[in-house]
Design a protein around this ligand. Structure first.
Ligand code: 13P
Ligand code: SF4
Length: 331
């Protein structure tokens, strides 16, 4: 129990693990023995992406979690991604390497306050971004990711009144491209909000042939100077299909690994944040995951992600609605 409490507090790692010579190989063996799969978000360290069975954006990870026949789903991402996997596959063991891997955007939307907010608009449908707790999903009519948000909002009749939460930047962006006037919850991701428009424009001046690729969680002025706005998967696809050979990438820097793998001859420049001398912008929650913690989690089947059953049965409906629409639209 003491061990588990330590893990809960600080992402405990068994010291003997740091002495394992070839951790990747030992991990692959253990994964086979336990019939486990490792899925990783694009914002993970390069090595974690390289050893994962599946790498994708938030939508693709949810789709993968809903379909896998593994007994254990390991989520190298953040907690809400583990919760989504658990909600969709309640009989499976879902592991996250470090329970401290939260999300500032999910935290910007406390369930009790969000419930009071939506109760002010009883004639509105509630659309929420997947970056939320299970409790918020349980209060929602449908969940979206940045890959399918426009298509799902478009799927509502034009006169249907909508609330969108928690990301004000994504909500504003979707309002702009759909012509809707969704009522927005005032939340944001601290990583995407801190890109420096000034430094990005300087980079563009130095690299006039580069296209600016931006995630819609960023602020509007940055979206306005961008050549392409989209989810991580959309930015990755665009970087492959564009005739341009150089890109300034304004989202968490982990995505550059896949971009470079898919287009080895193209140049990818990470967009800088405004608060440091560092050239790129990383999510400290995503980066809590390490190879050691991943091995440790699988070895001890801990920490698990748990969702109260009454919350899960409410939360699964809006997620399944999202997956059904996405499947029909082949997203
Ligand atoms: P997507 O992978 O859906 O683009 O989301 C980005 C993100 O911020 C995940 O936390
Ligand atoms: Fe949350 Fe932002 Fe990190 Fe994504 S990048 S997990 S939205 S804090």
């Amino acid at each position: 129990m003491e061990l588990k409490e330590n893990w809960l507090k600080q992402g405990y790692v068994d010291e003997s693990i740091s002495n394992i010579d070839n951790l990747e190989e030992s991990f692959a063996k253990l994964k086979k023995e336990k019939n486990a799969v490792l899925m990783a978000h694009f914002y993970q360290d390069d090595l974690i992406q390289d050893i994962a069975d599946f790498v994708g954006d938030s939508l693709a990870l949810a789709q993968f979690a809903a379909k896998t026949d593994a007994d254990i789903i390991m989520v190298a991402g953040v907690h809400f991604m583990g919760e989504t996997a658990k909600i969709l596959s309640p009989k499976k063991t879902v592991l996250v390497p470090d329970l401290n891997a939260g999300c500032s955007l999910a935290d910007s939307c406390p369930p009790d306050e969000f419930e009071k907010f939506i109760n002010q608009y009883p004639d509105h449908k509630v659309v929420t971004y997947v970056n939320t707790s299970a409790e918020i999903k349980a209060l929602s009519d449908i969940v979206v990711t940045s890959t399918n948000a426009k298509a799902i909002v478009d799927s509502f009749p034009a006169d249907e009144k909508l609330i969108f939460g928690p990301d004000r930047n994504l909500g504003n962006y979707i309002n702009g491209i759909t012509g809707r006037e969704m009522i927005l919850w005032d939340g944001a991701c601290h990583v995407h909000e801190k890109f420096s428009l000034e430094k990005i424009l300087e980079l563009k001046k130095e690299n006039p042939d580069a296209e600016i690729l931006t995630h819609p969680e960023c602020k509007k002025p940055l979206l306005m100077v961008s050549d392409h706005v989209g989810s991580t998967a959309s930015l990755l696809n665009y970087s492959q299909s564009s005739s341009s050979n150089k890109f300034i990438v304004a989202t968490e820097a982990g995505i550059l690994h896949q971009m470079q793998l898919k287009s080895p001859d193209k140049v990818f420049i990470p967009a800088p944040p405004n608060d440091s001398t560092c050239a790129c912008n990383e999510c400290e929650f995503m980066r809590l995951n390490t190879m050691q913690k991943i091995y440790n989690a699988l070895k001890y089947s801990w920490p698990t992600v748990e969702v109260e059953e009454d919350v899960r049965v409410k939360a699964v409906k809006p997620i399944e609605r999202m997956l059904d629409i996405s499947a029909k639209l082949e997203l």
